[in-house]
Ligand binder design. Structure first.
Ligand SMILES: [Zn+2]
Length: 273
């Protein structure tokens, strides 16, 4: 396990374009806002102290065996030339596997990814099995020193998040969720403050799959199986380029977790419960 953790840490340091790494601030537990009556508005958390953007890390540990698989559809704003040269930042096989296995999932999509793959973005966004959430437009970092990612300046943070929602709408995603995952999972008080007007709930995770740049699907699957507890949020990726084992990992862990009594849910269900 220590070797595994070391391997994951090394992968995170190398993985400048991917998330899957530790957060800089641990959120305090918060209470979910009651769902508004007679509407289907997705549940969000109440703002944190001082009106800061609230942070969600995992769901209830005592309300049944539910777990949320989340997939970051990473594409950094400057990777267009690599996509044009044939690099695949998408992973249609993974999405097909989730559909075949009937696994509800939350896809944290970058706006740049939705621009590159509008048909897939629309298809995911219109499939009730999935929900689309926001992983920024640019996949640039919202703090200093975030795995080598370029930095979004504070005065551009909200605009970067809103630009992603615009890209989703343009691709035909009807109702992207007000959930935001910081690139690299890196945030601080300033970032939480800058995003307050955007009205999003920041979503971190409690289980790092380690799928970023992994080549050993069994090792990643083992890490997920060892980490998942009731209410867990698992971070994985939806990009063949930098997470090539993820489809195989999903095909391995889903039946095993179901055999342990787990039911897969979207992040919105964990936040609302
Ligand atoms: Zn990411």
């Amino acid at each position: 396990m220590i070797t595994l953790v070391r391997r994951v840490t090394a992968v995170c340091l190398l993985g400048t374009a991917l998330t899957a790494c530790a957060a800089t601030v641990q959120p305090a537990p918060r209470t979910a806002r009651p769902a508004p009556s007679a509407t289907s508005a997705p549940p969000t958390l109440a703002p944190g102290p001082g009106g800061l953007t609230p942070v969600f890390r995992n769901g209830s540990r005592v309300h049944g065996r539910t777990a949320a698989l989340t997939f970051d559809a990473d594409m950094t704003a400057d990777q267009g030339a690599r996509a044009a040269a044939g690099e695949h930042f998408d992973n249609p096989g993974l999405i097909s596997a989730l559909r075949a296995l009937k696994v509800p999932a939350t896809v944290f999509m970058t706006g740049r990814w939705a621009e590159e793959y509008p048909d897939q973005a629309r298809s995911i966004g219109r499939d009730p099995l999935f929900e689309v959430a926001n992983h920024s437009y640019s996949h640039y970092a919202f703090t200093d020193d975030c795995y080598g990612l370029p930095r979004v300046s504070a005065d551009r943070m909200r605009a970067d998040v809103e630009r992603a929602y615009s890209a989703f709408r343009k691709a035909g995603v009807p109702d992207a969720r007000p959930y935001f995952r910081f690139p690299g999972g890196c945030y601080d008080r300033q970032a939480l403050r800058e995003l307050t007007p955007a009205g999003v709930t920041a979503v971190q995770w409690d289980v790092v799959s380690g799928d970023a740049f992994a080549t050993d699907a069994e090792a990643v699957a083992r890490q997920v199986l060892e980490g998942v507890r009731p209410g867990s949020v698992v971070v994985m990726h939806c990009t063949r380029s930098a997470a090539p084992t993820t489809e195989r990992v999903v095909r391995t862990v889903v039946p095993r977790l179901r055999a342990r009594g787990f039911r897969f849910v979207k992040v919105s269900e964990l936040i609302g419960s």
